[in-house]
Design a protein around this ligand. Structure first.
Ligand code: N01
Length: 557
């Protein structure tokens, strides 16, 4: 950087209501972003809609909520002291423990003083002359920031279905993604659950233990594998702690999904049916998400995929006593893994309980919610409490709720009307100085989210540091780079079985949402290398510019 250049990025620290960076959201992404920016000496303000930190783990408090990535890996790696000292209790951490961890991180790194809770960002408008953002929040205030980082989360906009009569239901209504903070007790109640994705599959066994009667309304059967959750032994913890450097490196660089695991060497069809049975059996006994990594071509080859899907369908038939119920629970309309596979504790066995009934709402669609139940296929089902496990407007929903206006006053929603368009999932052309963490077009929800969050935060922080050192104050994805990245994201997805499912990855769960495979499926290692190469080439594909002399003069006065 020429010595005469002003330090354009840190001028805002001293002025009230002006920041170098506004961060939207205080989940795992927002918290780490704040920590990194402070380390660079930049001023940052975080706005968080909730009353505390934790993001998705703040809102998703439903019974049985826990992470499907093992706790020793679903944790920050940026502080060795933190990862050595924090004591995870179970193989898969339950939601309250993850929330305690988020709170511990906030306290340990003294983050709260720069976070404003109970405050939504309503609007962000780019000022082309001043080359900064004006950000308006739900308390009616407006602040200015040179950069905005959207750390809004991919699964944070709970989807309320538009059932006729829902507002007239007289009992309790809950959404799994927006669960009350007070304990909910279903003891002795007749409960209905609509939805059998991960949230439904985790909560149904617990609700069934409390409720006098549980009716599950299933539209699409999902593949689920046992979690085999258990307390973590001292040996398991010690193994990770002693080998964290290498485990984290492998997760970042060598694993497609950012989870350190044993990688398969063979394709499913290279082995005999007996060998496959033994291998799937061993993974089933081990439990967890890596079931679909038993072979290296399950996500690519339908015939290989069928062998894994058949194995799970057979297990369902074995576990569930009533053959009619078992048949309904066997997924048959999408390849295994093409929708996020679920990880459960006693899900299928729950249907053997006398107080649990499964209703197929694909055959008998829900017609309306009644004051004391619902009507499906002409039949009335009565209940006292309704649990909506109906998912999220994923990946774009939380961003779309903010009125974001870039160059020429164009809104991000207008630009993304036919589907999200980004360069590397990090920026969208026409919206300078606006970063997205784990946005569409990055591995994001296909990966261990904390691995992807840390990668994006580090990349953004390094980029801001580079801009500061180079006297640059404005950065924007180029149209050509964005177009070719979007093409690449689509092309890589087309080589897999993923687009065959009506999944939330495709936007298929939201009526009217464009059908586009949103995350980047090339793998976190490949993606990281691409991002690093882009940075090494002076942020290739991004236009970066210096403050104009008149602005520099104003900035330094
Ligand atoms: O949401 P989902 P989720 N009438 O969209 C049904 C992560 N997560 O909250 O498939 C009837 O998967 C819908 O039916 P269909 C994880 O990444 C992680 O469960 O559209 N049914 C489906 O069954 C996960 O993938 C963890 O036919 C309706 C269900 O509701 C993601 O979050 C835990 C309906 C929604 O399933 C989302 O999971 C929880 C309607 N009108 C979540 N509308 C872990 O870490 C929707 N459905 C373990």
């Amino acid at each position: 950087m020429p010595a005469s250049q002003p330090n354009t990025l840190s001028k805002r620290a001293s002025k009230a209501g002006e920041y170098d960076v506004v961060i939207v959201g205080a989940g795992f992404a927002g918290m780490y972003m704040l920590h990194r920016l402070r380390g660079l000496g930049l001023s940052a303000r975080v706005f968080e809609q909730g009353s505390d930190v934790g993001g998705t783990w703040y809102w998703n408090r439903y019974p049985g909520a826990r992470c499907d990535v093992e706790s020793m890996q679903y944790s920050y790696s940026f502080s060795d002291e933190l990862q050595q000292e924090w004591e995870w209790s179970e193989r898969y951490a339950p939601q309250p423990e993850i929330l305690r961890y988020a709170n511990h991180v906030a306290d340990r790194f003294d983050l709260r003083s720069d976070i404003q809770f109970d405050t939504r960002v309503e609007r962000a408008v780019f000022d082309e002359r001043a080359r900064d953002w004006s950000v308006t929040t739900s308390d009616g205030k407006t602040v200015r920031a040179q950069f905005v980082v959207l750390a809004t989360g991919c699964l944070s906009n709970a989807r309320m279905p538009d059932f006729k009569g829902l507002a007239d239901f007289t009992g309790e209504v809950y959404h799994t993604g927006h669960w009350p903070h007070e304990p909910v007790d279903f003891t002795g109640k007749r409960v209905a659950v609509i939805g059998t994705g991960s949230s439904g599959i985790q909560s149904i066994p617990i609700i069934a233990e409390q409720a006098s009667q549980l009716t599950v309304f299933q539209r699409t059967a999902n593949f689920s594998v046992p979690a085999r959750n258990a307390p973590l032994s001292a040996e398991e913890r010690d193994f990770f702690r002693a080998n964290y450097d290498e485990i984290r490196r492998m997760a970042r660089e060598e694993m497609r999904n950012g989870i350190y695991q044993e990688l398969p060497e063979k394709g499913a069809l290279e082995e005999t049916p007996e060998q496959r049975q033994a291998r799937y059996g061993a993974r089933w006994e081990k439990g967890g998400l890596t079931f679909t990594a038993t072979y290296n071509n399950i996500a690519l080859d339908k015939a290989a995929n069928d062998t894994a899907a058949d194995f799970v369908r057979d297990r369902i038939a074995e576990i569930v006593d009533d053959p009619e119920v078992a048949k309904l629970l066997q997924p048959n309309d999408h390849p295994i893994g093409s929708k996020r596979i679920c990880v459960d504790t006693d899900y299928y066995a729950t249907y053997n309980r006398p107080n649990v009934t499964l209703v197929d709402v694909k055959a008998d669609p829900i017609e309306e919610i009644l004051p004391n139940g619902l009507k499906a296929g002409g039949k009335v089902h009565a209940f006292d409490a309704l649990v909506l496990a109906t998912g999220f407007d994923a990946m774009t929903g939380s961003v779309a709720k903010i009125d974001i206006r870039g160059r020429g006053g164009r809104t991000l929603n207008e630009k993304w009307a036919a589907g999200p368009r980004t360069y590397l999932g990090l920026m969208s052309e026409g919206f300078p100085n606006l970063f997205i963490i784990t946005g569409p077009g990055s591995p994001s929800v296909l990966s261990n989210m904390i691995v992807s969050i840390e990668q994006h935060v580090d990349w953004i922080a390094d980029c801001l540091d580079y801009m500061r050192a180079s006297g640059l104050d404005c950065m924007e994805a180029s149209r050509a780079a964005e177009d070719s990245w979007v093409d690449h994201v689509n092309e890589v997805a087309r080589d897999t079985l993923f687009p065959q499912a009506n999944s939330w990855y495709m936007g298929a769960n939201i009526p009217g949402k464009p059908r586009i495979f949103m995350p980047y499926i090339g793998g976190v290692g490949v993606y990281r290398q691409i991002c690093n190469d882009v940075a090494a080439k002076g942020y290739e594909g991004f236009a970066m510019s210096e403050a104009a002399p008149v602005q520099r003069a104003a900035a330094s006065s």
